[in-house]
Write a protein that binds this ligand. Structure first.
Ligand code: HEC
Ligand code: HEC
Length: 293
């Protein structure tokens, strides 16, 4: 990356840190930052997997990719994904850049309230400063959609604070595929949110990455996020690289079975990830210690 671009990113971060940006600041015109942000929000982080408005047939109407309304009602709480388009009244159009950044990485709204699961805040706490600035820059360019999500999430437990505001996160080392893959799988693409042993109240067990994880219910029935650790029998230790990549990008298991929508629906989007990102995620999965459950 050129010095020129780094300078522009740094300038954006200063604005984020200062928290003084007026709500209607003009969207960033830095093409590199915007392109990165679009890639993260639309492809690698699949924000729309949860924030899209879907019709009764499960399809997303054009332009409704981030307009909210999806209900999550299978894990002992009822959560509703908000409209995160730039609409000033029903979306996040009045929020400052710093407020949008804090909602993603610190899990806190401008009014100070905590954002709960399944919004993967725990994972996003590791999003790098540069990528966070890129996500915010892209979100600013999302056309406003007037779509009021009336229902609020209801959690039968007090949301645990996510921790102090994240100070600074560097990009993962560019020359370390496993570290890059870990960053992508854990912090960006929220793979391990589903594919990890679970603790209570929507939190994942840091000791169980790759173990059988969340059970997701829907019209497809109840399906567990399967063991994707290196265990030869319970995990994907014996799969070829091509089999693993086929599951992630085509939603097809090693035995040819189509994977249920929580995975199968995201796969065609992840198919658009760069080959390098896909390969690095694979390298990370290969590095996971075997899990027996
Ligand atoms: C697994 C599902 C899921 C994914 C993936 C996800 N979100 Fe969310 N998000 C939610 C839910 C559910 C809420 C509301 C939680 C609550 O009510 O406390 C939320 C809340 C938010 C809010 C707060 C909005 C408001 O008005 O309160 C923002 C901003 C947000 N998400 C942005 C994003 C961005 C940007 C991404 C991608 C980088 C993303 N989310 C990915 C489920 C998700
Ligand atoms: C929203 C939850 C969720 C997320 C996020 C998710 N997965 Fe999955 N994944 C599942 C579920 C559920 C299945 C099993 C589906 C089935 O059996 O039909 C699955 C299946 C798989 C499989 C096939 C396992 C097998 O034995 O057939 C692989 C490999 C996989 N996921 C890798 C990933 C990777 C890599 C990511 C991130 C890029 C990811 N998953 C993100 C829920 C998720």
């Amino acid at each position: 990356m050129s010095r020129h671009v780094l300078g522009a990113v740094a300038a954006t971060l200063v604005v984020l840190a200062a928290g003084a940006a007026p709500a209607q600041r003009a969207p960033s015109s830095d093409p590199t930052l915007l392109e990165r942000g679009r890639y993260l929000v639309e492809t690698a982080a699949v924000c729309g997997a949860c924030h899209a408005t879907r019709g009764p047939d499960g399809r997303v109407a054009p332009g409704m990719g981030l307009a909210g309304g999806r209900v999550f009602d299978e894990r002992g709480f009822r959560a509703v994904a908000p409209n995160i388009t730039q609409d000033r009244d029903t979306g996040i159009g009045r929020w400052t850049d710093a407020q949008i950044a804090a909602s993603i990485r610190d899990g806190r709204r401008p009014d100070g309230s905590l954002i709960g699961p399944p919004m993967p805040v725990e994972s996003y706490r590791g999003v790098s400063d540069r990528d966070l600035a890129a996500m915010v820059a892209h979100l600013r360019t999302v056309p406003p959609v007037r779509h009021e999500v009336k229902e609020r999430s209801a959690y039968p437990f007090a949301l645990a604070p996510h921790g102090p505001p994240v100070a600074a996160v560097p990009d993962p080392p560019a020359d370390d595929p496993v570290a890059r893959g870990a960053y992508l799988a854990v912090n960006v693409a929220h793979c391990m949110d589903c594919h990890s042993a679970q603790l209570a109240e929507g939190r994942r067990d840091p000791a169980g990455p790759g173990a059988t994880g969340l059970v997701l219910e829907g019209p497809w029935g109840a399906v567990a996020a399967r063991n994707i650790s290196s265990h030869p029998e319970f995990g994907i230790g014996r799969w070829t690289d091509e089999q693993v990549l086929r599951a992630v990008t085509q939603g097809v298991s090693a035995d040819g079975r189509r994977l249920a929508p929580p995975m199968g629906g995201r796969a065609p989007i992840w198919a658009q990830m760069t080959e390098r990102d896909q390969r690095d995620i694979l390298a990370y999965l290969r590095s996971l210690p075997p899990q027996e459950r």
